[in-house]
Design a protein around this ligand. Sequence first.
Ligand SMILES: [Zn+2]
Ligand SMILES: [Zn+2]
Length: 162
Amino acid sequence: MELWVRVFRDRAAGLDGDEWTLELNDSIEPGRTQRGWNQYIRNSYAQFRCSLCRRSWPSKQVQVLFHFSRESSLRRGTVRVRRFKQKCRRCSAARMEEPSFTVENIDVMVEKLMEKIRIRCYGEEPPESNRNLRFDGRIEGPHERLHCEACLKGICSQSPAQ
Ligand SMILES: [Zn+2]
Ligand SMILES: [Zn+2]
Protein backbone atom coordinates (compact mmCIF):
# COMPACT_ATOMS: atom_id res chain seq x y z
CA MET A 1 0.00 0.00 0.00
CA GLU A 2 2.86 2.41 0.70
CA LEU A 3 3.83 2.05 -2.93
CA TRP A 4 0.38 3.22 -4.04
CA VAL A 5 0.45 6.17 -1.67
CA ARG A 6 3.92 7.21 -2.81
CA VAL A 7 3.15 6.97 -6.53
CA PHE A 8 -0.14 8.79 -6.04
CA ARG A 9 1.40 11.56 -3.94
CA ASP A 10 3.97 12.26 -6.64
CA ARG A 11 1.37 12.45 -9.37
CA ALA A 12 -1.26 14.34 -7.39
CA ALA A 13 1.15 17.15 -6.51
CA GLY A 14 0.16 20.21 -8.46
CA LEU A 15 -3.55 19.57 -8.74
CA ASP A 16 -4.49 23.22 -8.33
CA GLY A 17 -2.94 23.25 -4.85
CA ASP A 18 -5.54 20.85 -3.49
CA GLU A 19 -4.57 18.17 -1.00
CA TRP A 20 -5.42 14.71 -2.35
CA THR A 21 -5.25 11.49 -0.36
CA LEU A 22 -5.50 7.90 -1.44
CA GLU A 23 -6.90 5.17 0.75
CA LEU A 24 -7.49 1.46 0.41
CA ASN A 25 -11.15 0.55 0.69
CA ASP A 26 -12.42 -2.98 0.11
CA SER A 27 -16.04 -2.02 0.61
CA ILE A 28 -16.55 0.21 -2.43
CA GLU A 29 -18.64 -1.44 -5.15
CA PRO A 30 -18.47 -1.04 -8.92
CA GLY A 31 -21.34 1.06 -10.24
CA ARG A 32 -22.29 2.32 -6.80
CA THR A 33 -20.72 5.67 -6.21
CA GLN A 34 -21.91 7.99 -3.48
CA ARG A 35 -23.27 11.40 -4.48
CA GLY A 36 -20.49 13.61 -5.79
CA TRP A 37 -18.16 10.68 -6.40
CA ASN A 38 -16.80 9.39 -9.71
CA GLN A 39 -15.69 5.96 -10.73
CA TYR A 40 -12.80 4.64 -12.77
CA ILE A 41 -12.15 0.95 -13.25
CA ARG A 42 -9.05 -0.46 -14.78
CA ASN A 43 -7.57 -3.81 -15.71
CA SER A 44 -3.94 -4.55 -14.86
CA TYR A 45 -1.30 -7.18 -14.32
CA ALA A 46 -0.29 -8.48 -10.88
CA GLN A 47 1.10 -11.41 -8.93
CA PHE A 48 -0.74 -13.38 -6.28
CA ARG A 49 0.54 -15.72 -3.60
CA CYS A 50 -1.46 -18.40 -1.80
CA SER A 51 -1.08 -18.07 1.95
CA LEU A 52 -1.69 -21.82 2.38
CA CYS A 53 0.55 -23.57 -0.16
CA ARG A 54 2.80 -20.57 -0.97
CA ARG A 55 2.26 -21.07 -4.69
CA SER A 56 2.29 -17.85 -6.66
CA TRP A 57 0.69 -17.04 -9.98
CA PRO A 58 0.46 -14.08 -12.34
CA SER A 59 -2.72 -12.63 -13.79
CA LYS A 60 -3.19 -10.10 -16.54
CA GLN A 61 -6.80 -9.62 -15.61
CA VAL A 62 -6.73 -7.94 -12.23
CA GLN A 63 -9.41 -5.32 -11.76
CA VAL A 64 -8.71 -2.16 -9.83
CA LEU A 65 -11.62 0.07 -8.88
CA PHE A 66 -11.21 3.75 -8.03
CA HIS A 67 -13.81 6.06 -6.53
CA PHE A 68 -12.78 9.70 -6.31
CA SER A 69 -14.23 12.96 -5.13
CA ARG A 70 -13.08 16.56 -4.80
CA GLU A 71 -14.33 18.91 -2.11
CA SER A 72 -13.36 22.18 -3.73
CA SER A 73 -14.43 24.36 -0.81
CA LEU A 74 -12.10 22.44 1.49
CA ARG A 75 -9.38 22.28 -1.16
CA ARG A 76 -9.02 18.57 -0.87
CA GLY A 77 -9.86 15.36 -2.63
CA THR A 78 -10.05 11.66 -1.83
CA VAL A 79 -9.40 8.54 -3.87
CA ARG A 80 -10.57 5.15 -2.66
CA VAL A 81 -8.99 2.10 -4.23
CA ARG A 82 -10.19 -1.46 -4.27
CA ARG A 83 -7.94 -4.12 -5.73
CA PHE A 84 -9.87 -7.24 -6.63
CA LYS A 85 -8.49 -10.45 -5.24
CA GLN A 86 -7.96 -13.97 -6.55
CA LYS A 87 -7.63 -17.31 -4.83
CA CYS A 88 -5.47 -20.34 -5.40
CA ARG A 89 -7.02 -23.00 -7.60
CA ARG A 90 -5.17 -25.87 -5.94
CA CYS A 91 -6.22 -25.37 -2.32
CA SER A 92 -9.81 -26.21 -1.54
CA ALA A 93 -9.87 -23.93 1.49
CA ALA A 94 -8.03 -21.14 -0.31
CA ARG A 95 -8.71 -17.58 0.74
CA MET A 96 -8.91 -14.54 -1.52
CA GLU A 97 -5.42 -13.08 -1.79
CA GLU A 98 -4.42 -9.50 -2.48
CA PRO A 99 -2.62 -8.74 -5.74
CA SER A 100 0.85 -7.31 -5.73
CA PHE A 101 1.67 -4.85 -8.51
CA THR A 102 4.99 -3.56 -9.75
CA VAL A 103 5.62 0.14 -9.27
CA GLU A 104 5.57 0.56 -13.06
CA ASN A 105 2.09 -0.88 -13.36
CA ILE A 106 0.83 1.18 -10.43
CA ASP A 107 2.25 4.25 -12.12
CA VAL A 108 0.40 3.48 -15.37
CA MET A 109 -2.88 3.14 -13.47
CA VAL A 110 -2.34 6.27 -11.41
CA GLU A 111 -1.38 8.32 -14.47
CA LYS A 112 -4.64 7.35 -16.15
CA LEU A 113 -6.54 8.00 -12.94
CA MET A 114 -5.08 11.52 -12.72
CA GLU A 115 -6.33 12.17 -16.24
CA LYS A 116 -9.86 11.21 -15.14
CA ILE A 117 -9.57 13.40 -12.05
CA ARG A 118 -8.45 16.39 -14.11
CA ILE A 119 -11.39 15.94 -16.48
CA ARG A 120 -14.13 15.17 -13.96
CA CYS A 121 -13.07 17.28 -10.98
CA TYR A 122 -11.27 20.19 -12.65
CA GLY A 123 -13.17 20.43 -15.93
CA GLU A 124 -10.08 19.93 -18.08
CA GLU A 125 -10.31 18.72 -21.65
CA PRO A 126 -9.15 15.16 -22.40
CA PRO A 127 -5.62 15.18 -23.83
CA GLU A 128 -5.56 15.12 -27.63
CA SER A 129 -2.96 12.50 -28.17
CA ASN A 130 -4.02 9.81 -25.77
CA ARG A 131 -0.79 7.99 -25.15
CA ASN A 132 -1.48 4.30 -25.14
CA LEU A 133 -0.61 3.18 -21.66
CA ARG A 134 -0.29 -0.54 -21.32
CA PHE A 135 0.63 -2.60 -18.36
CA ASP A 136 3.82 -4.52 -18.43
CA GLY A 137 3.76 -8.30 -18.11
CA ARG A 138 2.97 -11.29 -20.28
CA ILE A 139 1.39 -14.59 -19.39
CA GLU A 140 -0.17 -17.51 -21.14
CA GLY A 141 -3.23 -19.50 -20.24
CA PRO A 142 -6.86 -18.74 -19.51
CA HIS A 143 -8.21 -16.47 -16.81
CA GLU A 144 -9.36 -18.47 -13.76
CA ARG A 145 -12.88 -17.10 -13.54
CA LEU A 146 -14.01 -19.12 -10.56
CA HIS A 147 -11.03 -17.91 -8.59
CA CYS A 148 -11.30 -14.24 -9.42
CA GLU A 149 -13.20 -11.91 -7.11
CA ALA A 150 -13.99 -9.48 -9.94
CA CYS A 151 -15.40 -12.27 -12.11
CA LEU A 152 -17.58 -13.41 -9.23
CA LYS A 153 -18.93 -9.86 -9.11
CA GLY A 154 -19.43 -9.80 -12.88
CA ILE A 155 -17.14 -6.83 -13.57
CA CYS A 156 -14.11 -8.50 -15.13
CA SER A 157 -15.43 -8.45 -18.70
CA GLN A 158 -16.63 -4.84 -18.43
CA SER A 159 -13.24 -3.28 -18.15
CA PRO A 160 -11.06 -2.72 -21.22
CA ALA A 161 -8.40 -5.37 -21.69
CA GLN A 162 -5.32 -3.22 -21.62
ZN1 LIG B 1 -2.73 -22.78 -2.50
ZN1 LIG C 1 -11.86 -12.20 -13.49
